[in-house]
Design a protein around this ligand. Sequence first.
Ligand code: ADP
Length: 169
Amino acid sequence: MASLTAIQADITTLNVDAIVNAANNTLLGGGGVDGAIHRAAGPQLLAACRRLGGCETGQARITPGFDLPARHVIHTVGPVWHGGGRGEAELLRACYRESLRLAQQHGIHSIAFPGISTGVYGYPADQAADIAVTTVEALVDEPNMPQRVLFCCFSAADLALYDTRLRRQ
Ligand code: ADP
């Protein structure tokens, strides 16, 4: 049985097989968690991302973690929130699903997700937490999926949202 846990931490410090980056379509770095990951991974990460040539919203790409404790970074591009009527929920589900598919293909046993789209992209944190937990729960029992999934929250308020949802299991 997979373990799903919420923690409050800086995702760049986590000693897991892969951390997920809430990137933008260029994959060339930005603010928020993306900036923190690039700073901690070092310049080789930007060079590796350049070779990928961007990423569509809802898709995911994988690179090494370079100077991070995590061996891999899975870069996914969340939707910008426009009020919910522009397919945002399906795109956010796709981010979690495609990140887990890459983890499955790369033998990743432990993975940490940030709150994709819940910073600058403006996705309501409670709805995003619902999508994160339900999408991961629906997939983790497939063969070769990571057996340790961390929802890495930056704030205590976000941690409370995840803890409420995980207790309902
Ligand atoms: P997006 O553009 O997808 O909204 P952001 O980076 O602006 O991405 O925010 C995504 C989430 O990541 C937010 O909940 C933010 O609080 C959180 N966050 C920012 N920095 C870190 C970090 N170092 N570790 C974990 N989470 C972080």
